[in-house]
Write a protein that binds this ligand. Structure first.
Ligand code: UD1
Ligand code: CA
Length: 454
């Protein structure tokens, strides 16, 4: 049967105490709702309907990349009422699967099971056995173990509160059946809400078979109501992601001290030391070694690259066999060719550095095109900004730049040029010549250092 997914995401999330709608709070760098949509999409549905309410415009504007049927629920009158808003868009013969924008770790495998169980006109529910069932709706079963209904915590009797099997909220069933049941929902209960859960008793009394199953992992059914739960979900997500990386052949010296907020793809035999953060899309080639305390965002890193501790790399490409750091900052639009060495306290921005070139100590290279086999001495600065505009520095191949040189852009240093240490270069340094600008050294003979009078 064609699948329609309805994601409930209209709740206010008041316990987050946030101006950001709850479902936009990120887990692993991605809004919670995007995780749910991605998992939904992996099931190849005919359509995904998201029921939104609070902060709807913000939610929509941050998720424009998805093809979603957005359904507004103007007043939050309960989960049943929320599904009522989406059901008119769904044909009777389709299967409906209900997901939650604030339960981001649900897996495709578990959802497949829920959908499979709904086949041949059954109502399929995902339940869980919890040590502490408090707050959840309780599953009611008859003597034969057949499900007969769900009681919300606030409506349950003392005996019912002892039941440890709870409703996760996830369910699947035929759209026609669901439409019929939704039309009969009332709101005479402790919260004055239209409970989606009331359809279970309706199914039972009308002789519709009810099937239930458990999630593969307990983490899958956890929802986020406050920031403590958000942090817990983040840890569970990271553990899952990092475990997967290790199973794919990445060595992590301490899996609990690496976070991935986005996508990390790694080749063979990569090693990642502690306290490293990956953001956005990062790809590592084979045999990459990343030292402690690095932040790497949207970067393509080649084979055999060594990144020493405490480096920050963003929107950059690092060529094969290059060495970075310790304490280097590689800023956006930087492309390093093969075998480039960038050492400590070096900042590189919007520059290309040719094969085998070295910038090893305390330098700023910005808006620069640098050739191959260049040696940049300690303390070299490209003066790329005149206060209004940025200018280009062009450095050829086989150039040697002495320490403490300022290159005042726009400026060109031609192939094979040598720049004497301590120079301020503002005009073209010609090929294969020594260029330097230096005040002549002088010695004042017999000069006395001043001393304080007694
Ligand atoms: C619901 C279930 C309960 C279950 C629990 C699991 C009902 C009546 N109860 O309770 O059995 O154990 O989830 O977490 O279904 N939402 C809307 N519009 C609304 C109301 C809610 O979109 O009018 C959304 C919320 O954003 C949230 C979800 O539905 O994502 C669940 O709502 P919530 O109020 O948290 O339900 P619970 O009372 O926890
Ligand atoms: Ca509620």
């Amino acid at each position: 049967m064609p699948l329609n997914i309805v994601i409930l995401a209209a709740g206010k999330g008041s316990r987050m105490l946030s101006s950001l709608p709850k479902v936009l709070h990120p887990v692993g760098g991605l809004p919670m709702l995007a995780h749910v949509i991605n998992t939904g999409l992996s099931m190849n549905p005919n359509a995904i309907h998201v029921v939104y309410g609070h902060g709807g415009e913000q939610v929509k504007s941050l998720l424009t990349q998805y093809k979603i049927n957005w359904v507004e629920q103007k007043e939050q009158l309960g989960t049943g009422h929320a599904v009522m808003q989406a059901i008119p868009n769904i044909p009777d013969d389709d299967t409906v699967l209900i997901l939650y924008g604030d339960v981001p770790l649900i897996s495709e495998a578990t959802l497949q099971q829920v959908v499979e169980n709904s086949e041949t006109n059954k109502l399929s529910l995902l339940t869980a056995k919890l040590k502490n069932p408090s707050g959840y709706g309780r599953m009611l079963r008859d003597m034969q173990g057949q499900l007969t209904g769900i009681k919300e915590q606030k409506d349950a009797s003392e005996d019912q509160l002892l039941i440890d099997e709870v409703n996760t909220g996830f369910l699947a069933c035929n759209a026609g059946l669901l439409r019929g049941w939704l039309a009969l929902l009332g709101n005479t209960n402790a919260q004055g809400e239209y409970y989606l859960t009331d359809i279970v008793e309706m199914a039972a009394t009308s002789g519709i078979e009810i099937e239930s199953c458990f999630a593969a992992e307990e983490a899958e059914i956890l929802g986020v109501n406050d920031r403590k739960q958000l942090a817990n979900i983040e840890r569970l997500y990271q553990t899952r992601y990092i475990d997967d990386l290790m199973l794919k052949g990445v060595t992590l010296l301490d899996p609990s001290r690496v976070d991935v907020r986005g996508q990390l793809n790694a080749g063979q035999d990569c090693t990642i030391d502690i306290n490293t953060l990956f953001e956005g899309e990062v790809s590592l080639g084979d045999n990459v070694s990343i030292g402690a305390n690095c932040c790497i965002k949207n970067a393509i890193i080649g084979n055999d690259v060594v990144i020493k501790p405490n480096c920050v790399i963003e929107d950059a490409q690092i060529g094969n066999a290059s060495t970075i750091g310790p304490f280097a900052r590689i800023r956006p639009d930087t492309v390093l060719a093969e075998n480039v060495h960038v050492g400590n306290f070096v900042e590189i921005k919007k520059s290309s550095i040719g094969q085998g070139s070295k910038v090893n100590h305390l330098s700023y290279i910005g808006d620069t095109e640098m050739g191959s086999k260049v040696n940049v001495g300690a303390g070299t600065i490209t003066c790329n900004y005149d206060g209004a505009y940025k200018h280009l520095t062009q450095i050829g191949d086989n150039v040697f730049i002495g320490s403490d040189t300022q290159l005042i852009a726009p400026v060109k240093v031609e192939d094979g040029a040598t720049i004497g240490a301590g120079s301020t270069i503002s005009k073209t340094a010609p090929a294969n010549e020594l260029t330097l600008s230096r005040t002549p050294q002088q010695t004042i003979k017999g000069w006395d250092r001043p001393v304080k009078k007694k």
